[in-house]
Design a protein around this ligand. Structure first.
Ligand SMILES: Nc1ncnc2c1ncn2[C@@H]1O[C@H](COP(=O)(O)OP(=O)(O)OP(=O)(O)O)[C@@H](O)[C@H]1O
Ligand SMILES: O=P(O)(O)OC[C@H]1O[C@](O)(CO)[C@@H](O)[C@@H]1O
Ligand SMILES: [Mg+2]
Length: 539
């Protein structure tokens, strides 16, 4: 046993340069400690509350760091990372992540611009805070399904087992409420061996049922000391609440989030796992709609895709397909009647081309639907607003409009593949992505980090503090170049000049523009937009 260090940053292989370390300053406004003095401060004040850990450096460098056990538990022993004796890894040069490694949120910079926000780089550390026998890990999946859930579960189990010799891994059955209301499932490399070939989650999932105290009681009762929580924006809020309670109770329990959302609405990260698979699967529905539409006179194919508040699947599926004539998303309000409206555009496309395909995200045009259909304003068990079926609604409106007009008889086919695109297994690239996410999550927990979401930022695995993940949702920015690319690919109207409120919207967007053209509301999207290797449709 090596108990020589209680600092997460102690790394005998890679000494941080003194100048650089000294370059760290206490944040002038917030007064957070530099990373190196973290354990000392924690010992002096073990009950300090969980506040953002922000480290500043020269040239406008900011590290938004993640919590560590040593922030609130003094004198913890550390152990050499078993990976150093693992034949597979010991040949890798500089396998352990350098203590000062961080990943910039913004990769496009100006000569004199500030270096900006960074996140801690994920990966194995030389010292770990758990012995293999001591670990009792738990994995839970919450919220809607998403391709790749089983791959993440598999790789967490295998990563813990093969890299760190951890044998005790529990699956929590049926989402958050499973902690206190359901049985657990023992997970071994053997039992999870084939699960990545199946859609869904072998653990089951649910909405609602988050009771922080009961969950943390159950964590304590079961002796769980690493919790891996896979889920979307709601789930990450729940994970953050669990972390705060764990910290309040002074428990040595790593609380780790793994972002999952088919809607791609989680901010900061490049994209969520399963998103590429979903976009690919959506092509099948779009192709079918196109074949149906072009086979008849004035054929219209309507495809509804998922996307509650964010239209990413619809946007990328449209850009990938090139058969789509109109893409409607929640972020871009549209209207039906009059000049520049949808009916006028449909008529024009049918006269030019004889057929057309419309892709609509489930959250698009909800204000129009509620105007004509009595709104139910119901919520699901997690408090998410339940939407009317906009695909059915718009199909009927288009049919009614052209039937009343009598001049252009149309044939419309409506395809709703929404659940089909999220219930399938992940494709090859998502499988690799899930593997890296899971392994990064495990390395962080073993190294004593906690209260973080493991995520890809500009192509690098990072640890992101929960508050950055939960503070807002990621949306398509319609004043961004990606939406312009879509408009130029479909030739659809922008719907921007009809109602007075669009001018207001444009003004608001302009106010949110940072000097370098990134949107203050959505800097992650700006970084996505420039990271064209991740988004194959960028051109
Ligand atoms: N603010 C919150 N605080 C604590 N728990 C929450 C919060 N919001 C949601 N949860 C819990 O997180 C779980 C999942 O939330 P939700 O159903 O919104 O799905 P999600 O994680 O956002 O995934 P997706 O939207 O991709 O399906 C639920 O069990 C819910 O009770
Ligand atoms: O029917 P469920 O399971 O609530 O899921 C539907 C919702 O899940 C999501 O796919 C997010 O996971 C949304 O796009 C959609 O509104
Ligand atoms: Mg959600």
């Amino acid at each position: 046993m090596d108990s020589s260090s209680s600092s997460p940053n102690n790394n005998n292989n890679h000494h941080a340069s003194t100048t650089k370390t000294n370059g760290f300053l206490i944040h002038p406004k917030l007064g957070f400690e530099p990373a190196r003095s973290r354990s000392r401060l924690a010992m002096a004040s073990p009950a300090n509350t969980s506040e953002p850990k922000i480290v500043t450096g020269t040239a406008g460098y900011i590290l938004e760091d993640v919590p560590h056990f040593t922030d609130y538990i003094p004198n913890l022993p550390t152990y050499p990372n078993p990976l150093q004796d693992n034949p597979a890894y010991s040949v890798v040069k500089q396998y352990f992540v350098h203590v000062d490694d961080s990943v910039p949120q913004k990769v496009v910079v100006h000569k004199d611009g500030a270096r900006g926000v960074h996140f801690r780089r994920a990966g194995p550390r030389q010292k770990v805070y758990f012995e293999a026998d001591e670990v009792q890990a738990a994995i839970v999946t919450c919220g809607g399904l998403c391709p790749g859930l089983n791959t993440v579960i598999r790789e967490l189990v295998c990563g813990l087992h093969h890299m760190y010799g951890v044998k005790k891994v529990l699956g929590i059955n049926g989402g958050y409420r499973g902690f206190y209301a359901r049985n657990t499932i023992t997970l071994t490399p053997k039992s999870v061996n084939d699960i990545h070939k199946r859609g869904g989650t072998v653990l089951g999932t649910s909405r609602g049922g988050h009771d922080t105290k009961k969950i943390v009681d159950s964590i304590q009762d079961r002796g769980i000391n690493q919790v891996y929580i896979i889920g979307g924006d709601g789930t990450q809020k729940g994970a953050s609440a669990i972390f705060e309670e764990v910290r309040k109770r002074g428990l040595k329990v790593s609380v780790v989030g793994i972002p999952k959302t088919i809607d791609n609405d989680i901010p900061v990260i490049d994209k969520s796992f399963g998103f590429d698979t979903a976009v690919e699967e959506a092509q099948r529905a779009i192709n079918a709609a196109h074949v149906e539409a072009e086979s008849v006179e004035n054929g219209i194919g309507v495809v509804k895709l998922m996307g509650r508040n964010s239209g990413f699947i619809a946007m990328y599926a449209t850009l990938a397909s090139r058969d789509v004539d109109c893409c409607l998303i929640p972020e871009s309000p549209f209207y039906l009647e009059g000049p520049g409206g949808l009916y006028e555009y449909i008529e024009k496309r049918l006269k030019e081309n004889g057929h057309m395909v419309i892709v609509i995200a489930e959250g698009a045009g909800q204000e129009l639907v509620s105007e004509s259909v009595q709104s139910m304003s119901k919520q699901d068990a997690s408090g998410n607003k339940l939407f009317q079926d906009v695909g059915l609604w718009i199909s009927q409106k288009i049919r009614d409009h052209f039937a009343a007009q009598k001049t252009l008889p149309i044939t419309l086919k409506y395809i709703d593949p929404t659940y089909m695109i999220r219930a399938i297994p992940s494709n090859a690239s998502d499988n690799v992505y899930c593997t890296l996410l899971a392994q990064s999550a495990v390395h962080g927990a073993m190294a004593g980090y906690t209260g973080y979401t493991s995520g890809l930022v500009n192509g690098r695995q990072t640890y992101i503090p929960f508050y950055r993940i939960t503070e807002r949702q990621n949306h398509v920015v319609i004043t961004d170049r990606m939406w312009a690319r879509l408009l130029s690919s479909t030739n659809q109207p922008s719907f921007l000049d009809a109602k007075g409120d669009n001018e207001e919207k444009e003004e608001e967007e302009a106010l949110n523009q940072l000097p370098d053209g990134h949107c203050a509301k959505d800097t992650s999207l700006a970084s996505k937009e420039i990271n064209s290797s991740i988004y194959p449709t960028a051109c």
